[in-house]
Design a protein around this ligand. Sequence first.
Ligand SMILES: C[S@@+](CC[C@H](N)C(=O)[O-])C[C@H]1O[C@@H](n2cnc3c(N)ncnc32)[C@H](O)[C@@H]1O
Length: 232
Amino acid sequence: MNSHQLSRRLTAVASFVPKGSVLADIGSDHAYLPCYLVQKKIAVSAIAGEVAEGPFQSALNQVEEDGLKHLINVRKGSGLSVLEIGEADVITIAGMGGPLISQILEEGKSKLAGVQRLILQPNINAISIRDWLTQNQWKLTAEEILEEDGKVYEVLVAEPSESAIELTYTDRLLGPFLVKGNSAVFQQKWREEYKQWERILQQLTQAEPSGMIDAKKEELRVKMKIVKEVLR
Ligand SMILES: C[S@@+](CC[C@H](N)C(=O)[O-])C[C@H]1O[C@@H](n2cnc3c(N)ncnc32)[C@H](O)[C@@H]1O
């Protein structure tokens, strides 16, 4: 992968960036995504935010190597703190766990005024992002699920909503668009999760009973029932 040829995962993220966007890519590492989108003239300019020194230097180097310093601003800092209000209209956050992405959004809430689209690619626990979106009046407008190198990734796209958003637990767990799509990759992901939950449930059944264990077992049973129905 490089800034001319993205991975399948980042290609999926890029495909949701509207032409003419001013992009902020948070946790940008090599800045491949902003470099690609600016080179393709999909983004007119971009900000690449990165908290860690090594990846920040890699992003700076990549932007310089691609001759894009005048169009891509690489900034060091955590989450949305690198942004001024109203600077970017599209934000991408990719390649992290869902809880970390939700935390970045929560801590940077004030910077989201004026942002028209969030494109989020959690590696795990997409439910925490769907929870954050619904609690903060962001409406899911698209989702994609794909496999690359034996790993399954989800891409969530959201836009601000005027009205309150409600999603059922099934939709928050599995993704409303992904449930409808019911693709082979989706089936594979949840079949594997189901098997793992079955193993955990078995272990919990053998453990010393307690309120916490019972609650965990009940949570697993609820999730397994939902997934079983969807996989049917
Ligand atoms: C696994 S990499 C993903 C890089 C790229 N976004 C991608 O999808 O290929 C995650 C990057 O996010 C950065 N990161 C983690 N927490 C961050 C935060 N709070 N603010 C900015 N960057 C963060 C890490 O330093 C790392 O470079």
